[in-house]
Design a protein around this ligand. Sequence first.
Ligand SMILES: *[C@@H]1O[C@H](CO)[C@@H](O)[C@H](O)[C@H]1NC(C)=O
Ligand SMILES: *[C@@H]1O[C@H](CO)[C@@H](O)[C@H](O)[C@H]1NC(C)=O
Ligand SMILES: *[C@@H]1O[C@H](CO)[C@@H](O)[C@H](O)[C@H]1NC(C)=O
Length: 675
Amino acid sequence: MFRARRTTLSLALIGLAAEAKYGLAPKKFEALPLGNVRPTGWLLDQLQVQTNGVAGHMHEFYDLVSNSDWIGGDSFYSYLEEAGSYWFNAMVPNGILVNNTVIKEKTQEFLDYVLDHQDESGWLGPEVGTDKPRFLWGRYPFFFGAIQMVEYKPSQTDRVVTALHKFVNLANEMLRKEQGVDKWAMTRWEDFVLALQWLHDYHPRGQEKLLVDTMTRLKWSGVPWEKVFSEKYFPRGPVENLTNPFGLELSWHGVNMAEGLKALPATYRFTHNQSDLDAANLAWDLMFRYHGRPSGAYAADEMLAGLEAVRGTELCLVVEAMFSGSYLYQVIGDLKYADRVERMTYNALPATMTADMWGRQYLQQQNQVAAKNMTPNPFPEDGPYSNVFGLEPNYPCCTVNFPQGWPKFITNAFLKTVDGKSLVHLYLGPFSTEVTLSDGNDAKVVVETLYPFGDTLTTTITATKDFDYFVRIPSWVSGGSISVGDGPKEELTPDEQTGLQKVEVKKGVTVLRLRLPAEITIEKRLHGSIAVHRGPLNYAFDIGRAEQVIKTDPRETHAIDLQYDPAEAWEYAIDPSSLVYHHDTPTSGNLPSPIFDSGLPPTRITASACLIDWPLAGDTFASSPPENPECVGPRRVITLWPFGATKLRISEFPVVSFGEGVFEDVVGSQVPLQL
Ligand SMILES: *[C@@H]1O[C@H](CO)[C@@H](O)[C@H](O)[C@H]1NC(C)=O
Ligand SMILES: *[C@@H]1O[C@H](CO)[C@@H](O)[C@H](O)[C@H]1NC(C)=O
Ligand SMILES: *[C@@H]1O[C@H](CO)[C@@H](O)[C@H](O)[C@H]1NC(C)=O
């Protein structure tokens, strides 16, 4: 009897130990299920523009994802192995957030097709029923799409979760036999780990041990990101002439690294090891210190590209780094991640698309004086056509992958605290969200704002219980205030680490008014040049452009490739002491649609400037900004616009000094401000 009880007790203890061993460290914040956070105002319009562009139409004509012969054929997701998977990951949230019936049906069809064709072994994907070799990676974006579908439509949970568990069994076996890991699986293992962690968090079905074992095997089968992103090995400049110490050049590949930024926080969840969080923080800092752009992103024209303003940033890198930054904030809770995600979203992402979102670049440049076939080519490892705006310049991957950018930014804009009792408004912009918090509190939040094209946010919260509400105060806010209901304006007191301002909200309706002004700030760049910021926005000289259609897709007349040449002088140096911020108050409360194009945003910065001698390098791109330049023309005032609205631009300027009070001096000789 006694013996028996002891046995039971020790079994229980072993059980507890096992639970701890196969448990995951909690995140600091949890995202809300897809569909709970919705865009409103200009942001809804932006997502609608995306849907009306190539994102919402490619399934009709683009052979990588159009499904004409997909049932019974393999075109839907066979080319590059990944195209359909990327499309699905992006268009699930896009379709749901704009409530587009056709896209919702297409993504459902895709899910059904993939699940219905899972084979006996558990394999998912186009290799089923063929003798194609099986590599794990192509499925990972599909997993993200499937998870989002379950979040939105829980009635599909059992089917998806059963299929994923079946796949995990197979994957674990493959990893034990060292199968299925090609160079892409080696560099993108963290994406599978995130999917496994979702299963572990919400639908473990008693498989915690297998799940954690699979995460561990994935990590050790792949790139050691903690070493790639270490002080010892991290490359401090362009890598084209360096030898990769890991024997895998793809560990310096911009998109892989963007995905890899979430490898270390994901690792922390199963190792519970603070060193993995420290490494994650260091990774982020090294990346942006040595390759960062004023647009918020970093440069990698295929491989890491350093700080020169004409090197490229790949569009896939932008959306993947945004997604990784959102995950990093959720695990670590450091304001720096959220601030930068917002900057990438409001600068780098729109800058690299035409305003109607039918054309996208493969690579964007911070100083981009032409978008055309480059001679000579400034990108050592990408083609000369990489900065043309079109359907699929250089490679097709970004066409199918970019549409995840805006939808996932929106989904990650609100979070819950880990106890499930509080809501966090993380990314600022116009949103609404509705959620039942863990104590049964039904909370609804509507945020009205033009942010980032305005400094004020009016937030109406309706709740059935008292609760703590949090809103992020970006690090660039200076002299901001908050008022709650009819209460007085108060100074902001955000938490230093998380950046969150706590507001104790009573049940019923509460209106918060936030004022979040910012100073103009100057960022020092290479060759003594500067970039200009205010709040989340980088400001650039918008070079007037001559546009030429150089290709029209025979299947879709909107799918054109556009060449841009400069139609005016751009060789300006500016005087940083002369910068003045201007803001129109839109009369209707609405912004133009689309908003990201020349002359449209309501904010701008003027600068005293002069033309200097600034040569081209080759025919199509600017040489480095000249140091200590001399004016070769008269002083004039030029206007800098939000970077995202410029398609040709100078954003890293040489500096001149006209002395104090010069702004008044030049009135009369200036370019009209059109205020
Ligand atoms: C989405 O559209 C359908 C059909 O047009 C409509 O019935 C439904 O209420 C809409 N849902 C949302 C969340 O707007
Ligand atoms: C790499 O080597 C080439 C050829 O010698 C040279 O032109 C280029 O400037 C080098 N790049 C860097 C970043 O050092
Ligand atoms: C935790 O990190 C330390 C230091 O990097 C390392 O030596 C140790 O192996 C790690 N533990 C686990 C479980 O990963």
